[in-house]
Design a protein around this ligand. Sequence first.
Ligand code: PNS
Length: 193
Amino acid sequence: MTTGRTAGSRQTADLTPDRKTDRKTEEKPLRRAVCPGSFDPITNGHLDIVARASKLYDVVHVAVMINKSKRGLFTIEERIALIEECTAEYGNVTVESFHGLLVDYCKQRDIPAIVKGLRAVSDFDYEQQMAQMNNGLSGVETLFIPTNPVYSFLSSSLVREVAAWGGDVSHLVPEPVHRALAGKLRPQEGSGN
Ligand code: PNS
């Protein structure tokens, strides 16, 4: 199942998966990559990776992978809307959700590469396992981009926790996310907290 839109209406015709050629050079296939994740919510660390991937590839698909066993803070639709708002300026980023295996998402869209950020050595073990599993399943490659050190400690779960306790996360998330967090976590009137 997929939902979502292409960021920026001008690109819609160019970015559909079955249009595999560039308008200027009809023979040249578009180079596609996917940045997958839960994005609950997207942080400045995620955004930095998407921005860097968008310079390396013709089209970057941001895939909000649905995990039905995890109840998120933001709905899938809210996550997509926030990512679209934060990535609109790049012009070659599309955002959608997917329920299923990442390799199937890639296969259906002719995407040969997964791009992930690596924050620290502690990320590496699990990321390597997933990369090897995905490659073994379908041949898709995973490329790791070292996270900007400024964001090496940053995760969506820490952002949610710090924000829930009233901590300042304005330097860790894009402005639209900061506003959305404030709206979600505003203390309810009469709750006594
Ligand atoms: O932001 P996250 O939660 O660290 O992202 C993890 C994610 C969504 C990329 C990973 O769990 C994933 O790819 N899920 C899709 C289901 C899948 O393909 N599982 C097999 C992984 S080898």
